[in-house]
Design a protein around this ligand. Sequence first.
Ligand code: NAD
Length: 330
Amino acid sequence: MRVAVFSTKPYDEAFLRKANGGAHELVFLEPRLNRDTAALAEGCAAVCAFVNDDLGAETVEALAARGVRFAALRSAGFNHVDLRAAKEAGIAVARVPDYSPYAVAEHCAALVLALNRKTHRAYNRVREHNFALTGLLGFDLHGRTVGVIGTGKIGVCFVRIMAGFGCRVLAYDPFPTEAARDAGAEYTSLEELLAAADIVSLHCPLTPETHHLIDPERIALMRPGVMLVNTSRGALVDTAAVIEGLKSGRIGHLGLDVYEEEAELFFEDLSDQVIGDDWFDRLNAFPNVLITGHQAFFTAEAIAAIAATTIANLTAFEDLGAGVHPVALG
Ligand code: NAD
């Protein structure tokens, strides 16, 4: 099957070529998929898309008009796909539901540790032979309370890691699981979690219900000086409200691997350009904010697993008319 692979970076191409082994004709394309670039899929039965590709209604219609019948997502999240439009256009969608929950949970723990012990600042100081410790004071994680919102695959891994540090772990999820309890989580209401946690970490999907889950009212419920970490999806957090929370001191540390407006920034080298995003630059200016560019998933194990499942989805669609991990309207 001929497949247009959008948002391709050299590492995507290397891992996909290896997993494919000649099974499909992969056409590697650098641009992101959107309504304007959909024409690049001309002659392809399938597209392969990543997190910041736009599979909204207009893109989906443009793809269907060019004969595309399948979209293989190289991600777990599918908030960037208009599933109703895809169904109406006759385009089946499949995703990679899990590749390495460890990769994301471990990166989340890295953000917590770096923010707490100010490793990002210490690194720069030592390079300039500044060995002063003033401003680098951290706190023991042992004995602190961590609030985990969303206890799916990644959330459970994160619960286990933080329980390993000797933290008390509170969790909120509309669907509690024994796996999370076994990992060390105590379920509470969202309000109780926000009021008790020294560290709040987001691991739920982005849906209409969870959009701006962290808003001014919920920030007001948090402990003064709370550490907030988001490695899930940018729009779970109301960025303007978080900036106000940082300015007032209610939020004492912020770790982000995802950002509401990341689609225009992340995965590209923009180091010689002026960025027109004032929120992003404001966030970057706080000493107690640490941002990474959606790299939590980026381990060799995870990329290999994403490539293998993506090829399996493509092959299953070609042979059976549906991916191994289909995404359907809820
Ligand atoms: P998952 O589906 O296994 O778990 C999601 C959990 O969130 C489920 O238990 C679900 O019940 C819960 N949930 C749903 N609505 C909720 C709500 N309103 N409040 C609290 N919990 C709620 O997903 P996962 O594999 O653990 O991934 C979690 C998220 O991590 C994904 O949706 C994705 O957005 C993000 N992610 C980020 C990266 C990265 O590189 N930064 C990589 C992979 C996934």
